[in-house]
Design a protein around this ligand. Structure first.
Ligand code: ADP
Ligand code: MG
Length: 238
């Protein structure tokens, strides 16, 4: 449809993949529940950013995504908001425990920012968010995870430590986000990332976000995503 093509062009969005959902113009177009709309307004977000306009409908439709956009473009909300919807869509009674949403980020600082953003939107639903990165003792972290949570925001190394200690199980994890995938590789976390992905059920939804798409990240994406849609905003380096 020409309207959609023109609208994407106006947002500097390029897409590829099978049956890409239409980009939205407003948060209302996403069909969010009033609690989420309230939290969005409270944040002062009036309309979605470019990456959000296209990534939100893709992720809300349950598809895997490769999202490529520069720093500061609003990628966090593009994966946090659909994650809240995904969690609320799960059947209420589940025998399994452990997180439903798992987010990996390369550094403690980045993970902490995501943790704060996730908490803002999770609060209205009583969704529990755990931070899994350096700064808290491993014993404290172990205890917190044992108490249960729906979302884990983690750096790869510390998450592996917690998995080894059996602080959490990945049985109900069905929504995996790899944020700043290029930096994760730059910092040498590829083996840890692969190990974590290998411990999460293959029928999960997988989201990979990156500012650049070097060959190694491209290869990982091809291996761990299913029939992904690629969304690129602006010009992107390799
Ligand atoms: P990225 O992960 O792409 O680097 P962030 O998710 O950290 O970007 O967002 C950058 C800034 O933009 C943050 O301060 C965030 O609160 C803000 N932001 C995100 N989405 C919106 C929006 N729709 N409207 C206004 N500000 C937004
Ligand atoms: Mg980010």
């Amino acid at each position: 449809e020409q309207d959609v093509i023109d609208y994407r062009k106006s947002l500097a969005i390029r897409v590829s993949g099978f049956e890409v959902p239409k980009p939205v113009k407003t948060f209302e177009d996403c069909g969010f529940a009033p609690q989420i709309m309230g939290a969005i307004k409270k944040q002062g977000y009036e309309k979605p950013t470019s990456i959000q306009c296209q990534a939100l409908p893709v992720v809300l439709s349950g598809r895997d995504i490769i999202g490529i956009a520069k720093t500061g473009s609003g990628k966090t909300a593009a994966f946090v908001l659909p994650m809240i919807v995904h969690i609320m869509d799960q059947p209420e009674l589940q025998k399994e425990e452990g997180p439903i949403g798992v987010i990996c980020a390369p550094t403690r600082e980045l993970a902490h920012q995501i943790y704060l953003e996730a908490k803002k939107f999770a609060k209205a639903y009583g969704i529990r968010v755990s931070a899994v990165y350096g700064g808290m003792s491993k014993l404290e972290q172990f205890k917190e995870l044992k108490a249960g949570c729906e979302i884990v925001v983690a750096t790869p190394g510390r998450l592996i430590d917690m998995l080894k200690m059996k602080a959490l199980a990945m049985l109900r994890a069905t929504y995996l986000v790899l944020d700043e995938a290029d930096r994760m590789f730059d910092l040498g976390f590829e083996p840890q990332v692969r190990s974590i992905v290998g411990q999460i059920r293959p029928d999960r939804q997988t989201l990979l976000f990156s500012a650049t798409m070097p060959r190694k990240v491209e290869k990982l994406a091809r291996e761990i995503l299913s029939d992904p849609i690629r969304v690129t905003v602006g010009e992107v380096g390799m």
